[in-house]
Design a protein around this ligand. Structure first.
Ligand code: KG4
Ligand code: ZN
Length: 349
């Protein structure tokens, strides 16, 4: 099967073409084309994503990326998929409208072409399937599994019985963890997006320099909270503005903040893994690309439950991309699950 997917939920315009085989029991993917036009430089001066600027850029980028991707391979397309939410509605509509215009043209080449609306969150959920090491593992030995989806808009813990049956067991009650990284980065006078900036700065910092709170860590549920942590950093820095010129000080704050956020994520995920007796832990979304987080997860798993499989997609499949949307379309195709082609900013999981 060949699947073309379009993603415009936030500040990345993305188009991808993948080839799939193996069915729902042993899905395998070959990425034929993967284009992402990043808008980071455009939003950076504003310290975050400006929805109408994102819309304008998607409208500019979509025809350019389409030109790059369209080739003879497109004639044999089986599924055309597009993200319908959650995300910024003006941005989502650009992808949906572009896809609706493409569909009749591509359908002339294959009358059986399926058109599918896909949840961005499910794209992140299934992106662990893009880890090439998965091929070495018997698929049956992966489930049940716990997936932690962590990005600028998500902090969700999901229990997966198998690829098609899953349920959310916890989520953030306020800010998403990536959003918290972006806000703390602003407090530290670092550019947008804050996640990679904090990760780099923290490498030279002491993670036990400040004992920031680990909100909800000791509560029995699987929910998270990050707005209190952000406020703690704000109050800690309040009377220390001049110290922000001191790189060592900034690195210590970044490392201590990062450690507080990661401890909450890791402890709750592994507690869920234990309670639900899962065989694997997957993490995905922009924050999952953080190498310190990956190392901390691996070390904690080694210490507490070395039998657990642990998978993270490659960095380019952690942050927003259209390959993960194509993967989710493949899986959803087996369930006949397609969403309406209407932008839904708050589409729930
Ligand atoms: O998945 P993504 O590209 O878009 C959303 O769906 O939100 O995630 C972007 C978020 C931003 O908040 C960004 O600061 C964060 O992921 N992020 C990171 C890292 N790379 C991106 N957070 C921590 N460490 C990183 N290395
Ligand atoms: Zn995302």
């Amino acid at each position: 099967m060949k699947i073309l997917a379009i993603e415009t939920s936030c500040d990345e315009t993305a188009i991808a073409l993948i080839e799939t085989k193996g069915g729902i029991k042993n899905p395998q993917f070959k990425v034929l084309k993967n284009f992402v036009a990043s808008q980071i430089a455009i939003h950076r001066p504003f310290g975050g994503v400006v929805p109408n600027l994102a819309k304008r850029e998607h409208l500019n980028n979509l025809p350019i990326l389409w030109q790059k991707i369209s080739s003879k391979k497109i004639t044999t397309l089986d599924i055309l998929a597009v993200t319908v939410g959650p995300g910024l509605e003006p941005a989502l509509w650009t992808g949906i409208n572009f896809t609706k215009e493409l569909y009749p043209i591509l359908k002339k080449r294959n009358p059986n072409l399926k058109l599918m609306g896909i949840s961005h969150s499910e794209g992140h959920l299934y992106s662990f399937l893009l880890n090439s090491k998965l091929k070495l593992i018997n698929f049956k030995k992966l489930f049940p599994a716990i997936t932690l989806v962590i990005s600028g808009g998500h902090t969700i813990l999901v229990l997966m019985k198998n690829l098609s049956q899953f349920k959310k067991i916890g989520e953030t009650r306020d800010d998403a963890v990536g959003e918290c990284f972006d806000k703390v980065a602003r407090l530290l006078k670092l550019p947008y997006p804050g996640g990679p900036e904090i990760e780099n700065l923290a490498i030279n910092g002491k993670s036990n320099f400040i004992d920031f709170p680990r909100p909800m860590l000791n509560q029995k549920n699987y929910d998270f909270s990050f707005s209190g942590l952000k406020t703690s950093v704000f109050y800690y820095l309040k009377n220390k503005k001049t110290k922000l010129n001191n790189q060592k000080f900034k690195a210590d704050v970044a490392a201590s903040f990062q450690e507080a956020a990661f401890e909450a994520l890791i402890k709750k995920t592994l507690r869920a893994a234990k309670e639900f007796k899962v065989k694997s832990v997957f993490i995905s979304g922009g924050v999952a690309s953080n190498k310190t987080l990956q190392k901390r997860f691996k070390a904690e798993i080694k210490k507490t439950n070395p039998e657990l499989n642990f998978f993270v997609p490659q960095g380019k499949f952690c942050t927003d991309n259209a390959v993960m949307i194509a993967v989710a379309a493949y899986i959803n195709g087996f369930k006949n699950k397609s969403r309406q082609l209407i932008a839904k900013g708050n589409l729930s999981f």
